[in-house]
Design a protein around this ligand. Structure first.
Ligand SMILES: *Cc1c(COP(=O)(O)O)cnc(C)c1O
Length: 384
Protein backbone atom coordinates (compact mmCIF):
# COMPACT_ATOMS: atom_id res chain seq x y z
CA UNK A 1 0.00 0.00 0.00
CA UNK A 2 1.67 3.21 -1.18
CA UNK A 3 -0.91 5.59 0.24
CA UNK A 4 -2.11 5.55 3.82
CA UNK A 5 -5.68 4.72 2.84
CA UNK A 6 -7.71 3.83 -0.21
CA UNK A 7 -11.26 4.05 -1.48
CA UNK A 8 -13.28 1.23 -3.02
CA UNK A 9 -16.17 1.91 -5.39
CA UNK A 10 -18.86 -0.72 -5.79
CA UNK A 11 -20.10 -1.18 -9.33
CA UNK A 12 -22.95 -3.30 -8.08
CA UNK A 13 -24.23 -0.61 -5.72
CA UNK A 14 -23.92 2.03 -8.42
CA UNK A 15 -25.86 -0.05 -10.95
CA UNK A 16 -28.50 -0.75 -8.36
CA UNK A 17 -28.95 2.96 -7.53
CA UNK A 18 -29.08 3.98 -11.19
CA UNK A 19 -31.69 1.37 -11.90
CA UNK A 20 -33.82 2.54 -8.97
CA UNK A 21 -33.52 6.23 -9.90
CA UNK A 22 -34.01 5.82 -13.65
CA UNK A 23 -36.99 3.61 -12.89
CA UNK A 24 -38.73 6.67 -11.47
CA UNK A 25 -38.56 8.57 -14.75
CA UNK A 26 -41.10 8.75 -17.52
CA UNK A 27 -39.75 7.41 -20.81
CA UNK A 28 -37.75 9.97 -22.77
CA UNK A 29 -36.49 12.00 -19.80
CA UNK A 30 -32.73 12.52 -20.10
CA UNK A 31 -30.68 11.41 -17.10
CA UNK A 32 -27.79 13.70 -16.26
CA UNK A 33 -25.46 12.45 -13.55
CA UNK A 34 -23.99 15.24 -11.44
CA UNK A 35 -20.26 14.67 -10.93
CA UNK A 36 -19.29 18.01 -9.39
CA UNK A 37 -17.14 18.08 -6.24
CA UNK A 38 -14.92 15.36 -7.72
CA UNK A 39 -18.02 13.22 -8.17
CA UNK A 40 -19.05 13.85 -4.53
CA UNK A 41 -15.61 12.66 -3.47
CA UNK A 42 -15.83 9.39 -5.41
CA UNK A 43 -13.36 10.60 -8.06
CA UNK A 44 -14.41 11.81 -11.53
CA UNK A 45 -11.88 9.65 -13.35
CA UNK A 46 -12.86 6.53 -11.39
CA UNK A 47 -16.62 6.84 -11.42
CA UNK A 48 -17.24 8.15 -14.93
CA UNK A 49 -16.34 4.97 -16.83
CA UNK A 50 -18.42 2.89 -14.40
CA UNK A 51 -21.41 5.14 -14.97
CA UNK A 52 -20.97 5.08 -18.74
CA UNK A 53 -21.01 1.28 -18.63
CA UNK A 54 -24.34 1.55 -16.83
CA UNK A 55 -25.72 3.54 -19.76
CA UNK A 56 -25.54 7.13 -18.49
CA UNK A 57 -24.55 9.53 -21.28
CA UNK A 58 -24.93 13.00 -19.76
CA UNK A 59 -22.76 14.53 -17.05
CA UNK A 60 -23.22 17.75 -15.11
CA UNK A 61 -20.27 19.54 -13.50
CA UNK A 62 -19.89 22.83 -11.69
CA UNK A 63 -16.86 24.32 -13.40
CA UNK A 64 -14.79 24.22 -16.55
CA UNK A 65 -11.85 22.43 -14.89
CA UNK A 66 -14.19 19.57 -14.00
CA UNK A 67 -15.59 19.66 -17.54
CA UNK A 68 -12.06 19.26 -18.90
CA UNK A 69 -11.39 16.27 -16.66
CA UNK A 70 -14.60 14.59 -17.75
CA UNK A 71 -14.04 15.49 -21.38
CA UNK A 72 -10.61 13.86 -21.38
CA UNK A 73 -11.95 10.43 -20.44
CA UNK A 74 -15.56 10.31 -21.57
CA UNK A 75 -16.83 8.35 -24.55
CA UNK A 76 -17.48 10.30 -27.72
CA UNK A 77 -21.29 10.26 -27.51
CA UNK A 78 -21.53 11.47 -23.90
CA UNK A 79 -22.44 15.07 -23.22
CA UNK A 80 -21.16 17.47 -20.58
CA UNK A 81 -22.98 20.42 -19.04
CA UNK A 82 -21.38 23.10 -16.84
CA UNK A 83 -23.87 24.37 -14.24
CA UNK A 84 -21.67 27.05 -12.73
CA UNK A 85 -18.38 28.77 -13.30
CA UNK A 86 -16.66 29.41 -16.63
CA UNK A 87 -14.42 32.41 -17.13
CA UNK A 88 -14.87 34.24 -20.44
CA UNK A 89 -11.46 33.03 -21.59
CA UNK A 90 -12.76 29.41 -21.51
CA UNK A 91 -16.02 29.98 -23.36
CA UNK A 92 -14.28 29.18 -26.62
CA UNK A 93 -12.96 25.89 -25.26
CA UNK A 94 -16.45 24.89 -24.10
CA UNK A 95 -18.07 25.80 -27.41
CA UNK A 96 -15.45 24.04 -29.54
CA UNK A 97 -15.72 20.89 -27.41
CA UNK A 98 -19.54 20.68 -27.49
CA UNK A 99 -19.73 21.36 -23.77
CA UNK A 100 -23.01 23.07 -22.90
CA UNK A 101 -23.16 25.56 -20.06
CA UNK A 102 -25.47 27.69 -17.95
CA UNK A 103 -25.90 31.37 -18.72
CA UNK A 104 -27.33 33.40 -15.84
CA UNK A 105 -26.28 37.02 -16.43
CA UNK A 106 -26.61 39.47 -19.31
CA UNK A 107 -22.81 39.95 -19.29
CA UNK A 108 -22.29 36.23 -19.82
CA UNK A 109 -24.90 36.15 -22.57
CA UNK A 110 -23.16 39.01 -24.40
CA UNK A 111 -19.75 37.35 -23.99
CA UNK A 112 -21.18 34.12 -25.42
CA UNK A 113 -22.77 35.97 -28.31
CA UNK A 114 -19.40 37.59 -29.11
CA UNK A 115 -17.33 34.40 -28.74
CA UNK A 116 -19.74 32.24 -30.72
CA UNK A 117 -19.30 34.47 -33.78
CA UNK A 118 -15.67 33.30 -34.00
CA UNK A 119 -16.06 29.63 -33.14
CA UNK A 120 -16.58 26.85 -35.66
CA UNK A 121 -19.66 25.59 -33.78
CA UNK A 122 -22.66 27.25 -32.17
CA UNK A 123 -22.63 27.73 -28.41
CA UNK A 124 -25.00 25.36 -26.58
CA UNK A 125 -26.45 27.23 -23.68
CA UNK A 126 -28.88 26.67 -20.83
CA UNK A 127 -30.64 29.81 -19.68
CA UNK A 128 -30.93 29.72 -15.91
CA UNK A 129 -33.97 31.44 -14.41
CA UNK A 130 -34.29 32.95 -10.97
CA UNK A 131 -37.43 31.40 -9.49
CA UNK A 132 -37.00 31.84 -5.76
CA UNK A 133 -33.61 30.61 -4.64
CA UNK A 134 -32.03 34.04 -5.13
CA UNK A 135 -28.60 32.80 -6.02
CA UNK A 136 -28.11 32.88 -9.79
CA UNK A 137 -30.44 33.28 -12.73
CA UNK A 138 -32.26 35.82 -14.87
CA UNK A 139 -35.03 37.87 -13.29
CA UNK A 140 -38.43 38.14 -14.97
CA UNK A 141 -37.83 41.70 -16.24
CA UNK A 142 -34.72 40.54 -18.14
CA UNK A 143 -36.43 37.79 -20.10
CA UNK A 144 -37.60 39.83 -23.08
CA UNK A 145 -34.08 41.06 -23.73
CA UNK A 146 -32.69 37.51 -23.33
CA UNK A 147 -35.25 36.13 -25.75
CA UNK A 148 -34.52 38.87 -28.29
CA UNK A 149 -30.77 38.27 -28.16
CA UNK A 150 -31.32 34.53 -28.59
CA UNK A 151 -33.67 35.03 -31.52
CA UNK A 152 -31.27 37.41 -33.26
CA UNK A 153 -28.31 35.07 -32.82
CA UNK A 154 -29.99 31.75 -33.46
CA UNK A 155 -27.29 30.65 -35.92
CA UNK A 156 -24.46 30.99 -33.39
CA UNK A 157 -26.14 30.60 -30.00
CA UNK A 158 -28.26 27.49 -29.62
CA UNK A 159 -30.75 27.46 -26.76
CA UNK A 160 -30.32 23.89 -25.54
CA UNK A 161 -32.04 24.29 -22.20
CA UNK A 162 -33.97 26.42 -19.74
CA UNK A 163 -33.43 25.60 -16.10
CA UNK A 164 -33.64 26.62 -12.48
CA UNK A 165 -32.62 25.16 -9.13
CA UNK A 166 -34.82 24.45 -6.13
CA UNK A 167 -33.91 25.99 -2.77
CA UNK A 168 -34.11 22.88 -0.63
CA UNK A 169 -36.44 20.25 -2.05
CA UNK A 170 -35.12 17.85 0.61
CA UNK A 171 -36.89 19.47 3.57
CA UNK A 172 -40.61 19.38 4.29
CA UNK A 173 -40.41 22.91 5.65
CA UNK A 174 -39.39 24.08 2.18
CA UNK A 175 -42.01 22.21 0.18
CA UNK A 176 -44.22 25.24 -0.17
CA UNK A 177 -41.33 27.33 -1.49
CA UNK A 178 -40.26 24.56 -3.87
CA UNK A 179 -43.82 24.17 -5.15
CA UNK A 180 -43.96 27.89 -5.94
CA UNK A 181 -40.64 27.72 -7.74
CA UNK A 182 -41.88 24.86 -9.88
CA UNK A 183 -45.01 26.80 -10.78
CA UNK A 184 -43.06 29.95 -11.70
CA UNK A 185 -40.65 27.88 -13.75
CA UNK A 186 -43.42 26.25 -15.75
CA UNK A 187 -45.00 29.63 -16.47
CA UNK A 188 -41.76 31.12 -17.72
CA UNK A 189 -41.03 28.09 -19.87
CA UNK A 190 -44.43 28.64 -21.49
CA UNK A 191 -43.51 32.30 -21.98
CA UNK A 192 -40.33 31.27 -23.86
CA UNK A 193 -42.31 28.75 -25.87
CA UNK A 194 -44.80 31.44 -26.91
CA UNK A 195 -41.88 33.65 -27.90
CA UNK A 196 -40.88 30.92 -30.34
CA UNK A 197 -37.97 29.56 -28.29
CA UNK A 198 -38.29 25.81 -27.77
CA UNK A 199 -35.27 24.31 -26.05
CA UNK A 200 -34.51 20.58 -26.01
CA UNK A 201 -34.45 20.43 -22.22
CA UNK A 202 -36.44 22.15 -19.52
CA UNK A 203 -34.89 21.03 -16.25
CA UNK A 204 -35.28 21.65 -12.55
CA UNK A 205 -35.02 18.34 -10.67
CA UNK A 206 -32.15 17.28 -8.40
CA UNK A 207 -32.21 14.07 -6.29
CA UNK A 208 -34.61 15.43 -3.67
CA UNK A 209 -36.93 16.85 -6.31
CA UNK A 210 -37.06 13.58 -8.21
CA UNK A 211 -37.85 11.71 -4.99
CA UNK A 212 -40.24 14.24 -3.41
CA UNK A 213 -41.79 15.94 -6.47
CA UNK A 214 -41.77 13.38 -9.28
CA UNK A 215 -43.65 15.87 -11.50
CA UNK A 216 -40.57 18.09 -11.48
CA UNK A 217 -38.77 15.60 -13.75
CA UNK A 218 -39.35 17.52 -16.99
CA UNK A 219 -37.12 16.85 -20.04
CA UNK A 220 -33.92 16.25 -18.09
CA UNK A 221 -33.03 15.54 -14.45
CA UNK A 222 -29.76 16.45 -12.71
CA UNK A 223 -29.16 13.74 -10.15
CA UNK A 224 -26.20 13.87 -7.78
CA UNK A 225 -26.12 12.50 -4.26
CA UNK A 226 -28.64 9.67 -4.75
CA UNK A 227 -26.50 8.01 -7.44
CA UNK A 228 -23.85 7.51 -4.81
CA UNK A 229 -26.30 5.84 -2.46
CA UNK A 230 -27.14 8.70 -0.14
CA UNK A 231 -30.51 10.27 0.57
CA UNK A 232 -30.49 14.05 0.17
CA UNK A 233 -31.89 14.21 3.71
CA UNK A 234 -33.28 11.96 6.40
CA UNK A 235 -36.72 13.48 5.76
CA UNK A 236 -36.64 12.44 2.13
CA UNK A 237 -35.72 8.92 3.15
CA UNK A 238 -38.56 8.73 5.66
CA UNK A 239 -41.10 10.23 3.24
CA UNK A 240 -40.13 7.78 0.58
CA UNK A 241 -40.18 4.74 2.82
CA UNK A 242 -43.42 5.75 4.50
CA UNK A 243 -45.20 6.20 1.21
CA UNK A 244 -44.57 2.58 0.46
CA UNK A 245 -46.55 1.30 3.44
CA UNK A 246 -44.40 -1.17 5.32
CA UNK A 247 -40.74 -0.40 5.97
CA UNK A 248 -39.02 -1.75 2.90
CA UNK A 249 -35.35 -2.33 2.35
CA UNK A 250 -33.49 0.92 1.66
CA UNK A 251 -33.45 1.12 -2.15
CA UNK A 252 -30.17 3.05 -2.19
CA UNK A 253 -26.78 1.40 -1.61
CA UNK A 254 -23.51 3.09 -0.71
CA UNK A 255 -21.00 3.04 -3.52
CA UNK A 256 -17.96 4.15 -1.54
CA UNK A 257 -15.89 2.47 1.17
CA UNK A 258 -12.79 4.01 2.72
CA UNK A 259 -10.16 1.76 4.21
CA UNK A 260 -6.77 1.91 5.87
CA UNK A 261 -4.74 -0.32 8.20
CA UNK A 262 -3.27 -0.27 11.67
CA UNK A 263 0.32 1.01 11.63
CA UNK A 264 1.19 0.46 15.27
CA UNK A 265 -0.25 -1.16 18.41
CA UNK A 266 0.84 -0.16 21.93
CA UNK A 267 -0.02 -0.91 25.54
CA UNK A 268 -0.96 2.12 27.60
CA UNK A 269 -1.40 1.73 31.37
CA UNK A 270 -4.47 2.99 33.21
CA UNK A 271 -4.45 6.71 34.05
CA UNK A 272 -2.39 7.98 31.09
CA UNK A 273 -3.29 10.65 28.54
CA UNK A 274 -3.28 9.54 24.92
CA UNK A 275 -2.24 11.65 21.91
CA UNK A 276 -1.87 15.48 22.00
CA UNK A 277 -3.07 17.30 25.09
CA UNK A 278 -5.31 15.91 27.76
CA UNK A 279 -8.54 15.11 26.00
CA UNK A 280 -8.37 11.35 26.60
CA UNK A 281 -7.36 9.62 29.82
CA UNK A 282 -7.28 5.83 29.92
CA UNK A 283 -9.46 4.33 32.61
CA UNK A 284 -8.06 0.82 32.21
CA UNK A 285 -4.93 -0.83 30.90
CA UNK A 286 -5.46 -0.24 27.22
CA UNK A 287 -4.35 -1.36 23.85
CA UNK A 288 -4.07 1.58 21.49
CA UNK A 289 -3.90 1.34 17.69
CA UNK A 290 -2.63 4.05 15.39
CA UNK A 291 -4.22 4.56 11.96
CA UNK A 292 -2.38 6.69 9.35
CA UNK A 293 -5.39 8.87 8.51
CA UNK A 294 -6.10 12.27 10.04
CA UNK A 295 -7.83 15.54 9.26
CA UNK A 296 -5.33 16.17 6.46
CA UNK A 297 -6.99 13.25 4.67
CA UNK A 298 -10.56 14.35 5.24
CA UNK A 299 -11.21 12.60 8.56
CA UNK A 300 -12.67 15.53 10.45
CA UNK A 301 -11.01 16.76 13.62
CA UNK A 302 -14.54 17.09 15.01
CA UNK A 303 -14.53 13.31 15.30
CA UNK A 304 -11.88 13.45 18.04
CA UNK A 305 -13.00 11.21 20.95
CA UNK A 306 -16.23 10.66 19.01
CA UNK A 307 -15.79 8.85 15.71
CA UNK A 308 -15.85 5.11 15.16
CA UNK A 309 -14.01 2.81 12.79
CA UNK A 310 -14.22 -0.95 12.25
CA UNK A 311 -11.47 -3.42 13.09
CA UNK A 312 -12.03 -7.19 12.75
CA UNK A 313 -15.72 -6.50 12.25
CA UNK A 314 -16.10 -4.60 15.53
CA UNK A 315 -16.76 -0.92 16.14
CA UNK A 316 -14.00 0.83 18.05
CA UNK A 317 -13.74 4.47 19.12
CA UNK A 318 -11.37 7.18 18.08
CA UNK A 319 -9.61 8.33 21.25
CA UNK A 320 -7.91 11.67 21.77
CA UNK A 321 -7.69 14.32 19.10
CA UNK A 322 -7.56 13.45 15.43
CA UNK A 323 -4.10 14.58 14.25
CA UNK A 324 -3.17 15.81 10.81
CA UNK A 325 -1.94 12.42 9.60
CA UNK A 326 -3.01 9.97 12.27
CA UNK A 327 -5.76 8.98 14.63
CA UNK A 328 -5.60 6.76 17.67
CA UNK A 329 -8.20 4.05 18.29
CA UNK A 330 -8.94 1.96 21.36
CA UNK A 331 -8.47 -1.69 20.36
CA UNK A 332 -8.35 -3.13 23.88
CA UNK A 333 -11.41 -5.30 23.19
CA UNK A 334 -10.26 -6.67 19.86
CA UNK A 335 -8.66 -10.09 20.31
CA UNK A 336 -5.37 -10.71 18.45
CA UNK A 337 -5.29 -7.23 17.00
CA UNK A 338 -2.14 -6.65 14.99
CA UNK A 339 -0.27 -4.17 12.87
CA UNK A 340 -1.59 -4.30 9.27
CA UNK A 341 -5.11 -5.27 10.32
CA UNK A 342 -7.65 -3.61 8.03
CA UNK A 343 -9.42 -0.52 9.36
CA UNK A 344 -12.70 0.53 7.77
CA UNK A 345 -13.34 4.27 8.08
CA UNK A 346 -16.48 4.22 5.91
CA UNK A 347 -18.20 1.06 4.76
CA UNK A 348 -18.83 -2.49 5.88
CA UNK A 349 -16.72 -5.06 7.71
CA UNK A 350 -18.34 -8.25 8.96
CA UNK A 351 -21.83 -7.38 10.16
CA UNK A 352 -21.05 -3.78 10.99
CA UNK A 353 -21.20 -0.66 8.86
CA UNK A 354 -19.87 2.85 9.32
CA UNK A 355 -21.91 5.27 7.25
CA UNK A 356 -21.00 8.77 6.28
CA UNK A 357 -24.32 9.76 7.86
CA UNK A 358 -23.13 8.57 11.23
CA UNK A 359 -20.16 10.91 10.86
CA UNK A 360 -22.42 13.77 9.97
CA UNK A 361 -24.79 13.15 12.87
CA UNK A 362 -21.79 13.40 15.13
CA UNK A 363 -20.20 16.50 13.76
CA UNK A 364 -23.09 18.41 12.27
CA UNK A 365 -21.90 18.41 8.71
CA UNK A 366 -23.73 16.92 5.81
CA UNK A 367 -22.97 13.86 3.74
CA UNK A 368 -22.32 16.24 0.85
CA UNK A 369 -19.62 18.07 2.78
CA UNK A 370 -17.87 15.03 4.22
CA UNK A 371 -17.76 13.24 0.89
CA UNK A 372 -16.34 16.15 -1.05
CA UNK A 373 -13.62 16.58 1.55
CA UNK A 374 -12.12 13.21 0.69
CA UNK A 375 -8.83 14.18 -0.94
CA UNK A 376 -8.41 13.62 -4.64
CA UNK A 377 -5.12 11.80 -4.24
CA UNK A 378 -6.44 8.89 -2.18
CA UNK A 379 -6.40 6.03 -4.70
CA UNK A 380 -9.80 4.79 -5.85
CA UNK A 381 -10.39 1.17 -6.90
CA UNK A 382 -13.52 -0.31 -8.33
CA UNK A 383 -14.96 -3.59 -7.15
CA UNK A 384 -17.08 -5.37 -9.73
C1 LIG B 1 -25.57 19.83 -7.10
C2 LIG B 1 -26.64 20.18 -8.04
C3 LIG B 1 -27.58 19.22 -8.41
C4 LIG B 1 -27.62 17.82 -7.81
O1 LIG B 1 -28.07 17.87 -6.48
P1 LIG B 1 -28.24 16.52 -5.63
O2 LIG B 1 -28.93 16.96 -4.39
O3 LIG B 1 -26.87 16.04 -5.33
O4 LIG B 1 -29.00 15.58 -6.45
C5 LIG B 1 -28.52 19.59 -9.35
N1 LIG B 1 -28.53 20.83 -9.89
C6 LIG B 1 -27.63 21.77 -9.55
C7 LIG B 1 -27.70 23.11 -10.19
C8 LIG B 1 -26.66 21.49 -8.62
O5 LIG B 1 -25.79 22.41 -8.28
Amino acid sequence: MLHTSYIELSKEALNHNLQFLKGRLKPGVRYSMVIKGNAYGHGIESILPMVEEAGVDHFAVFSVDEAMRAHKIKQEHCEIMVMGFIDDEYLEWAIEHDVSFYVFTMERLRAVQKTAKKTSKPARIHIELETGMHRTGFLPHELTEVAEILTKNDKTVFLEGICTHLAGAEHLANFDRAGKQLERFRKRCTWFHNFGLKPRFRHIACSAALLNFPDSALDLVRIGIANYGFWPSEETRMLHLRKNGEIPKDPLQRVLSWKSKIMSVNHVPEGEYVSYGTSYLTNRDSLIGVVPVGYGYGFSRNLSNLGHVLVKGKRVTVVGTVNMNMMVIDVTDIPDVQVNDEVVLIGRQGNNTITVSSFSDMNNSMNYELLTRLPEDIPRFRTD
